[in-house]
Design a protein around this ligand. Structure first.
Ligand code: DC
Length: 228
């Protein structure tokens, strides 16, 4: 029996992390935070002094990660362990996202993480959060969502989120970082960020999160009932 997969892709700060967590919780499905994998590779490379231009060394590192996602309640972020250390907080910091985006341009790194990501598709279902979930990793998923918002709106949201976490941030610098990250993620040659041809595109710039969630949930429910 094939395991149902919902892919939610989109740029940094589009709200896909929140929507994926809500959806996984509502459905009682597994959650793949694929960005965390790239973040972990970036952090491991930094720790081990591996150059961000050394594709072969980064790919080897990605293929041999000593990483564990400790189970949490459905829809809650997992505890992330790297080499036995709890890096759950570190992995979600802005600086780790920047490192992730740099290692993610390499084909070798992406190949090394492919089968690991596909292994998350287990019964009763999977919600997959990323940049290439619908276009590459789960290209035959029955429901694909592409969630986006203007760069200004995403910078505002990220600003509030980080301030809430007690991080010191500057809005203009955040906007610049978001634009640089978009540029790198959308214009790389391997698996660039773009909507899958059969994705439902939702621009959340002016829509409250509850409404975005309802749109996504309706699409998933329609797909599930058509398969019964
Ligand atoms: O979703 P995120 O912010 O945690 O992702 C961090 C970076 O990792 C993102 O800027 C690009 C990269 N990434 C990717 O290339 N492919 C994915 N499926 C997920 C993330």
């Amino acid at each position: 029996m094939t395991v149902p997969v919902v892919t939610i892709d989109g740029p940094s700060g589009s709200g896909k992390g929140t929507i994926c967590q809500l959806l996984a919780k509502q459905l009682g499905w597994h959650l793949l935070d694929s960005g965390a994998l790239y973040r972990i590779v970036g952090l491991a490379a930094e720790r081990q002094g591996v150059s961000f231009d050394d594709e072969a060394a980064l790919a080897a590192l990605a293929a041999n990660l000593d990483v564990a996602f400790l189970p949490s309640e459905p829809g809650e972020p997992a505890t992330v362990m790297l080499d036995g250390d709890d890096i759950s907080q570190l992995v979600r910091m802005e600086t780790s996202g920047e490192l992730a985006s740099k290692v993610a341009v390499h084909q070798g790194v992406r190949e090394a993480l492919k089968s690991f990501q596909r292994g998350f598709a287990r019964a009763p279902g999977l919600v997959a959060d990323g940049r290439d979930m619908g276009t590459v990793i789960f290209s035959d998923a029955p429901v694909k969502i592409y969630l986006t918002a203007s760069a200004e709106e995403r910078a505002q949201r990220r600003y509030k989120q980080l301030i809430g976490k007690g991080e010191s941030v500057n809005l203009a610098a955040l906007l610049e970082d978001i634009q640089a990250r978009d540029d790198r993620d959308m214009n790389r040659t391997v698996a660039p960020l773009k909507p899958a041809e059969d994705a439902l595109v939702i621009d959340s710039s002016c829509i409250p999160v509850e409404e975005v969630f309802q749109q996504v949930l309706s699409a998933v429910q329609a797909s599930l009932s058509s398969q019964l």
